[in-house]
Design a protein around this ligand. Structure first.
Ligand SMILES: C[S@@+](CC[C@H](N)C(=O)[O-])C[C@H]1O[C@@H](n2cnc3c(N)ncnc32)[C@H](O)[C@@H]1O
Ligand code: SF4
Length: 378
């Protein structure tokens, strides 16, 4: 089935109360922010950028909006609602649009959640990561695990239809039982959606320095693979099916439509410092620092830093990289003769199956997805 190109919006909120040692996202604590940008003025600055985007939208309405960070819920809920209102006023929200915000469990209250829900947010993604105190401590997460069920209950009471939780596995010192406990607690929250990512050691972070100095030791690939298999087993038996390598949903309606839009290389505007946009075969990104971003918009200038036109060969490699990771897989007819010639070998090695003329990863293939992609694009 051919999909039309959906239009999405990403709004970046570059603030956190503390920086987790492993994270290299474009986010700033109050101490790191410096002069020239404030949380109080952020919503108006971002709205100024949203207003500038109207001519490029091409008349399509917005199917999905995703507020990410950073920690969007570090801003007052009214500010998030005002930014969403600007997206609706300027670009127009489609009927039934999915509107998500990310949140840390310790950055929401019943009141802030009710304001968000009334203001049009209908999906919330909590950064839970782990249920085990020593793992949370290694990750330098600030929340008390007891806060998580409370935050999820408040979200439900506020009327959020879709609640997702993010988990991380493979933290140094995390045993298989620790990971099982995190999965069990996540399932007990009855989420509609779970994302589970292996911890990545991002160069330049405090965590990477600890690994380099030998203060913490990363698990080997076999243990990480076993943790993936445990996640798939426990989430599947709880009624959450995988639809992308690291994402599981209660049913098709609970999939994150915004991420599905990325994985199909559809179109989106990214607003905020460092945010990337992708529209009509072009990709561009904004200046990274919130102060530089604010200065540009205060001077009525575009915050765009640089961009590129995506050529057909690059688009094809990206399509294979992204769609191989999806349960819907890759349409065989869409592959080049060279890529199609690899399919029999991949199937013989139990890395892919073919049905309905689509190539789909097996469970073994999901553990080796990068190697499968390399074989298809080389
Ligand atoms: C950037 S955060 C934004 C949401 C929120 N601030 C939070 O921490 O939950 C989105 C997700 O990225 C994950 N993440 C950040 N750095 C990561 C890393 N190095 N490896 C794996 N996941 C990471 C976070 O843990 C979180 O679940
Ligand atoms: S993981 Fe989330 S809370 Fe931690 S620094 Fe990154 S964006 Fe902030």
């Amino acid at each position: 089935m051919t999909r039309g190109r959906a239009l999405g919006v990403y709004v970046h909120v570059p603030f956190c109360s503390v920086r987790c040692g492993y994270c290299d996202f474009n986010t700033y604590t109050a101490d790191e922010l410096g002069e020239g940008a404030t949380r109080a003025s952020y919503a108006d600055t971002a709205i100024a950028e949203i207003v500038r985007s109207a001519p490029a939208a091409g008349g399509r309405t917005v199917e999905t909006v995703f507020f990410g960070g950073g920690t969007p819920t570090q801003l007052p809920a009214d500010d998030l609602v005002r930014m969403l209102g600007a997206v609706d006023d300027v670009l127009g929200l489609a009927a039934g649009a999915e509107v998500t915000t990310e949140a840390n469990p310790d950055s929401v209250t019943p009141e802030s959640l009710a304001t968000l829900r009334r203001g049009g947010f209908n999906r919330i993604s909590f950064g839970v990561q782990s249920a085990v105190p020593h793992v949370l401590a290694t990750l330098e997460r600030t929340h008390d695990p007891a806060r998580v069920p409370q935050a999820v209950r408040w979200a439900r009471e506020a009327g959020f239809e879709q609640v997702s939780v993010d988990l991380i596995y493979g933290t140094p010192g995390e045993s298989m039982d620790d990971w099982r406990a995190s999965l069990d607690q996540a399932v007990a929250l009855e989420p509609d959606h779970v994302s589970a990512y292996a911890l990545i050691v991002e160069q330049g972070t405090a965590f990477a320095r600890k690994v380099r100095r030998g203060e913490v030791v990363m698990p080997d690939d076999d243990q990480t693979a076993d943790k993936y298999l445990l996640a798939d087993e426990l989430l599947t038996s709880a009624g959450l099916g995988w639809y992308e390598l690291s994402n599981w949903a209660r049913d098709e309606g609970a999939q994150c439509r915004h991420n599905v839009l990325y994985w199909h290389s559809d179109d989106w505007f990214g607003f905020g410092p460092g945010a990337h946009s992708h529209l009509a075969g072009e990709r561009w990104w904004n200046v990274k620092h919130p102060a530089a971003y604010a200065q540009r918009l205060a001077a009525d200038e575009s915050p765009r830093h640089d961009g590129e036109t995506i050529d057909a060969a690059t688009a094809e490699i990206e399509r294979i990289m992204l769609q191989t990771r999806l349960r819907t897989g890759l349409e065989l007819a869409s592959l080049s003769p060279d890529a199609r010639a690899q399919v029999a070998d991949l199937a013989a090695r139990d890395l892919v199956t073919v049905f309905d003329d689509r190539l789909v990863l097996t469970l073994t293939g999901r553990l080796l997805a990068d190697a499968v992609v390399r074989q298809l694009v080389d």
